[in-house]
Design a protein around this ligand. Structure first.
Ligand code: FAD
Length: 293
């Protein structure tokens, strides 16, 4: 098994499926992702009060206990109270899971948020008070969070989040590395000096491509739009070109000394495997060798 040395780290993100079939499929995916020796696997969490955390904790438990893989739990807090968060933190501690991505979560139209955690920084501070040994990450937006008035405000708030106790940042997806480098510089100027992991989401199908084009606030470079246009009716070519684009982004980021790559896997191990096979040596893996299907 390859082990990661100091140097850029590779991590993966998965989400809890909403059906048993999905869960069964994801189990196989996770086994394969674990084989790629990530520095951690993170598990997203819906911020809707009704299904809060149960599916996320079950999945995180599987990753941590069955796969013996470092695990990060996403914790959006707009719709939960301090008491509920305390309970979840205690549960996680008992499972020896001590990595949290502290989030505010999106505010859902028609649902009034609770008042205990107005911003992710409030949650970060609370976690650090309750569990000082936990490792807390925060979300970051190279092209500015959509609720922010401007870039400066967003960076000022990000600095407050780091000062509240964030140990590292993980970014929203982006397709233009120059936007990331500009953000890195702004962080450095503002005194934000925790590691920043770059969030990369390869576009591998038409549905996802449309979602990115319609909903994502990221800058879409000409080269990227050309791929989506040219291969929109050719699923195999779209997937290959989408993966090649992500590999190109990763090679450039690692060459420029990024702290880590956080891959949004969309619960698909084959995409992660393709990317691993094309970039493993960049991540200082001791015995990086291609994984054969
Ligand atoms: P915050 O850091 O609180 O920022 C939200 C907004 O408030 C920003 O505009 C910020 O500038 C502003 N702000 C912050 N502090 C202040 C202040 N003191 N005064 C005024 N304004 C302020 N969502 C989920 O529901 N589940 C997930 O699992 C999930 N995973 C994610 C993983 C990553 C890597 C990323 C990047 C995002 C993820 N999200 C997830 C989405 C995230 O919850 C939303 O983007 C949400 O709208 C903002 O959450 P945040 O933690 O960044 O909020």
């Amino acid at each position: 098994m390859a082990t990661q040395n100091a140097g850029p780290r590779l991590s993966f993100e998965v989400f809890p499926p909403n059906s048993q079939v999905g869960v069964d499929k994801l189990t196989g995916t996770l086994d394969e992702l674990k084989g790629l020796d990530p520095s951690f696997i993170s598990v997203t969490c819906s911020n809707h009060k009704l299904d809060y955390a149960k599916t996320t904790i079950d999945l995180a438990k599987y990753v941590h206990e069955k796969l013996d893989c470092p695990t990060m739990v996403h914790m959006p807090a707009a719709y939960v109270t301090k008491k509920e968060v305390s309970h979840i933190l205690d549960q996680l501690e008992l499972m020896h899971i001590d990595q949290i991505l502290a989030l505010r979560g999106d505010i859902v139209d028609g649902f009034t948020p609770e008042t205990d955690f107005k911003y992710a920084s409030d949650l970060t501070k609370f976690i650090k008070q309750q569990k000082p040994n936990f490792h807390v990450s925060g979300a970051a937006y190279p092209e500015t969070h959509p609720d922010s008035k401007n870039r400066i405000d967003d960076i000022v708030h990000l600095k407050q989040k780091v000062d509240a106790g964030c140990d590292q940042l993980i970014t929203q997806l982006f397709y233009d590395n120059d936007e990331f480098y500009r953000f890195q510089e702004e962080c450095a100027i503002s005194g934000i000096n925790v590691p920043i992991l770059a969030g990369i989401m390869p576009v591998v199908n038409r549905k996802q491509a449309l979602h990115v084009v319609e909903n994502c606030h990221a800058t879409l470079p000409k080269k990227f739009i050309a791929i989506l246009d040219k291969y929109k009716d050719n699923p195999v070519a779209l997937k290959e070109a989408g993966i090649a684009y992500a590999v190109d982004q990763i090679v450039d980021l690692v060459t420029n000394d990024v702290d880590g790559i956080h891959l949004y896997t969309m619960n698909k191990s084959d995409t992660a495997k393709h990317i691993y096979n094309n970039t493993a040596s960049l991540f200082n893996l001791e015995s990086a060798s291609p994984i054969v299907d």
